[in-house]
Design a binder for this molecule. Structure first.
Ligand SMILES: Nc1nc2c(c(=O)[nH]1)N[C@H]1C(S)=C(S)[C@@H](COP(=O)(O)O)O[C@H]1N2
Ligand SMILES: [Mo]
Length: 200
């Protein structure tokens, strides 16, 4: 017998305006990590802030004491999958940024991660209402291979910007490329403009 809920889900019409050019909708959440998965206990997570901001450290407890926000939105990976209606809970970047004292010269941020991954964002792309530092996905603690205990979710850009196992925010007065951006990906990565590669 056909599992009717799966059947209904597969057959439910997708609003094509939500699927960027060159993307296909997936139901299964792939894991895409360069290198090994760091295993960090939540109580050991610290997010450091440095560069063009007053130096600061946010412990797990300090982050959990901030307002907690839940959003449902679509995510788009440059390897051409899109997942619709993914639900995340965490600390809104806009709430975190109220606790960060930026210097006037700050224009960009380089996100650092446990394991060494980095990715770059302009402050405009980083401090947006929908961006989260997420610890919960679909109501469950975020799995380690998906970036638990804490990952960035930046839904308006390709998913490589959504750094897993975030450990630091380095504020800069210029744009400095992160790991994939140095290896050929676009410096910004807007899916509806198909900003996939740096020569686009
Ligand atoms: N620290 C870290 N973050 C990362 C990556 C990585 O390799 N290391 N991969 C990026 C890429 S290319 C994608 S598409 C998404 C994949 O997230 P997922 O594994 O939860 O699907 O994480 C991004 N964040
Ligand atoms: Mo990716």
């Amino acid at each position: 017998m056909v599992n009717s809920s799966v059947f209904r889900r597969l057959r439910s019409p997708v609003d094509p305006s939500r699927v960027p050019p060159g993307q296909s909708v997936t139901q299964r959440f792939p894991v895409l990590t360069y290198g090994p998965t760091p295993r960090i206990q939540p109580e050991n997570v610290v997010i450091k802030v440095w560069g063009r901001a007053d130096p600061a450290e946010f412990s797990w407890d300090a982050l959990m004491a901030l307002p907690q926000t839940t959003f449902t939105y679509d995510i788009h990976c440059v390897t051409r999958w899109t997942m619709l209606d993914t639900t995340w809970t965490g600390i809104a970047i806009s709430d975190l940024m109220q606790r960060v004292r930026l210097h006037g010269s700050a224009s960009h941020v380089l996100i650092h991660c446990y394991g060494g991954y980095t990715t770059n964002l302009s402050l405009e792309d980083f401090n947006r209402p929908l961006n989260l530092l997420a610890h919960t996905h679909e109501g469950k603690p975020l799995a380690a291979d998906h970036g638990g205990p804490l990952r960035l979710v930046v839904p308006h850009l390709y998913f490589w910007k959504s750094a897993k196992w975030v450990s630091g925010l380095e504020f800069l007065d210029h744009d400095e490329l992160g790991f994939w951006e140095r290896n050929g990906y676009h410096r910004r990565g807007e899916p509806f403009r198909e900003e996939r590669y740096s020569d686009d």
